[in-house]
Unconditional design. Structure first.
Length: 220
């Protein structure tokens, strides 16, 4: 299956292309340009040369549906919906937190994903994997970072995301030396990880919970 996945939930923009189920291209941009000024140019630069096939041959489109920046999410979602309409292809939304959590599907400890939500809060969820498969995920919520740490219920936890970076000192204070942090280059949302549930489930596009509507968690 050919898939185009992207995330504009945070300042960095991630894009991934799968050709016949295999990752064909992945890119991450972080600049002062707004998503609206760079996203379409990113996509047109990928097809057909870098992806290896034409944009019209994409079978389905995926976008991060939140949580994240209100403006950023709207730009990414509207772009994907526009492409899906233009090519008469399905479009679906995946959790922004999944785009970080699924990067660590082979972790042997709980994975606490924390995205910086400002106002001394984080968007968070805790993932429990076994042999690369998701066994359990806590409900997504916006809360103080201390509450997110307590959700892991284990000092042996891997912390990832912009919130984990912003509150690293506090996390270490609460967990001691047993907490593990993702490498510096793996805290952002990966479009390839975002598409993982799609690749594992052919019914992903038809599932009502994957409708491409924004999930803000916090209003206003």
């Amino acid at each position: 299956m050919n898939i185009l996945a992207l995330s504009t939930a945070e300042p960095g923009c991630s894009l991934a292309v799968f050709h016949k189920g295999e990752l064909a291209y992945e890119a991450f941009w972080h600049s002062r340009l707004t998503h609206s000024r760079r996203l379409l140019s990113m996509i047109t630069a990928v097809f057909p040369d870098r992806a290896g096939f034409d944009l019209s041959l994409v079978d389905g489109f995926v976008a991060a549906k939140g949580p994240g920046s209100f403006t950023g999410l709207r730009i990414g979602i509207s772009t994907v919906l526009g492409l899906a309409f233009a090519f008469s292809r399905p479009a679906a939304g995946a959790s922004s937190l999944d785009g970080i959590g699924f990067r660590f599907a082979h972790a042997g400890v709980p994975v606490c994903v924390m995205m910086d939500a400002r106002r001394s809060q984080v968007y968070c969820a805790v993932y429990h994997f076994e042999n690369g498969c998701l066994k359990r995920k806590t409900p997504e919520k916006v809360c103080p970072p201390e509450e997110a740490v307590s959700m892991a219920q284990s000092p042996d936890t891997l912390f990832a995301g912009s919130g984990a970076c912003a509150y690293q000192e506090m996390i270490r204070k609460h967990t001691g030396s047993r907490a593990v942090f993702a490498p510096p280059d793996m805290h952002h949302i990966s479009a390839a990880a975002l598409a993982r549930p799609v690749r594992l489930s052919p019914e992903f596009f038809a599932a009502p919970e994957n409708t491409l509507t924004p999930t803000y968690l916090r209003q206003g």
